[in-house]
Ligand binder design. Sequence first.
Ligand code: NAP
Length: 458
Amino acid sequence: MDPRSIFIELSYVVASVLFILGLRGLTHPETARRGMHLAEFGMLLAIVGTLVSREIVSYEWIIAGLLLGSLIGVPMGFWVPMTAMPQRTALSHAFGAFAAALVGISEYYLHGAALGVIKIPALSFEVLLGALTTTGSLVAFSKLQGFLPGAPVIYKGQNIFNLSLLAITVLCCVLLQFFPGIAALFYLMLLLAFVFGVLLVLPIGAADMPVVIALLNSYAGLASAATGIVIGNNVLIIAGMLDGGSGFILSIVMCRAMNRSITNVLFGAFGSVGETTTAATGQMHATNIEEVAVQLAYARQAVFVPGYGMATAQAQHVLRQLGDELEERGVAVKYAIHPVAGRMPGHMNVLLAEANVPYSQLNELEIINPEFPSTDVAVVIGANDVVNPDARDNPKSIIAGMPILEVDKAKTVVVLKRGQGKGFSGLVNPLFFKTNCGMLYGDAKETLTNLVQAVHNA
Ligand code: NAP
């Protein structure tokens, strides 16, 4: 092997090891940042290794692509807020999957049947998954960004139609293995896969998007791995498999967090309009800063439940200040973390880590739920769906079965939100009408700032 080939192979091996170490780092908030840096360095090595490859005949188009990609990617990295991360991720999956599909299309266009019996199946798989992930991710992006309605788009016979379309697409793919020279089969499969991607995601409600995005992430990874087989690039095979595997595990974890099965997510039309919400009886009771400050200052235990509203208000730092103030007064302070609170996996963990809340104070659902009956005050900061008791009490609710943080069992609940706005699922929350629940209206950051002062003076 000549020195250039040794350098390329070595950079691929080191990059692969760094990807694995990076993923390992991401399993814990304390090591996540280091994990990201390792994976970034691995990606840089993989790119450098590829750029010195002998197969590159000219650098002009590569430089143009690099500039164009940076022109889109850098502003996105700087300006897209954390709260818009799911749609940004969906867009990245669409780009990645489209790149994989394009490589497959160009390889087939250039070599056709000459690709041989190993590469044709990998190429068909790559193009099929790449195409459906591209359009599926674009629909997911549009739903999350509000360009398309978040509610499921449903029509009669939908599942049968979609499954038939998938069956025809797969049939084209199978036939292509026997007749690789018939280009019409390839292009028909490509077209149907693009259409199937749209139809797959349209009936899925916005509330199920976290699972769908994780699943599309997995598909994009598998498509890249297949690309690696087609063009004989080892690092692409390894990175694609890591992406595919971890994305699939993430979708299962998200499903468990919402107590749903993957088939139910894909074919159940969760979030359909017209589902039942418990009739909200009584009135919401508005409370005020002074009353809540006294309740908190003289509590034995307070549990903070952050949600999407804390993220939009960027209230994590002042929440930590309130926690510190209460601890100084001898109140036991805990943070309750729901796995789908906010708009991306680990959203609350990231924000609270940014505010230096000790990791030991963060409690997962199973740990904190038994503690609510002995909690004096549960403070809900811009959370809604994840504390909706309908998920537990109303079998007809569209979120029935989703595990919730059972704040309604605390002696007193205080909900910080701006007004009567609904949560991501669009449901009315009966918690707000309970007699032990007080509504503290206003922007979460402003309210918490006033609360810190009031607790200090109490
Ligand atoms: P949520 O159900 O979306 O509720 C957020 C609440 O925050 C709203 O009711 C809103 O009420 C309030 N709010 C908004 N801005 C605020 C501000 N500046 N100050 C105070 N309150 C504010 O949030 P959640 O309980 O965290 O539940 C997350 C939902 O998102 C779940 O349905 C989950 O399935 C879904 N989801 C999760 C992910 C994920 O990966 N974590 C991804 C996509 C979707 P007002 O308008 O009245 O203020």
